[in-house]
Design a protein. Structure first.
Length: 86
């Protein structure tokens, strides 16, 4: 899957390179409601210090998942990103 490739790109070449790859995936209809896309995007944004944007992505990911435990984790990451963005 292309999302996995974006993660691999980020690991090999840094979060900015991975984010570039992910940003090309945001228009993909099959990934529109896939919670891991904004989750990974949020992680890369956080690594780049773009905490307000990361918070938005984690909140979006939380709204898309049906797993309560995962939702709680994503909302926690959103809170931590918000605290760093202030």
């Amino acid at each position: 899957m292309e999302l996995n490739r974006a993660v691999a790109v980020a690991m090999a070449f840094g979060p900015a390179a991975g984010l570039d790859h992910i940003d090309r995936l945001t228009a993909e209809p099959s990934l529109k409601d896939y919670h891991l896309l904004p989750s990974v995007r949020g992680d890369l944004l956080a690594k780049l210090g773009r905490h307000d944007e990361a918070r938005d992505e984690f909140e979006r990911a939380a709204s898309l998942t049906r797993n309560a435990r995962e939702r709680a984790l994503l909302l926690d990451r959103a809170e931590r990103s918000a605290a760093k963005g202030d």
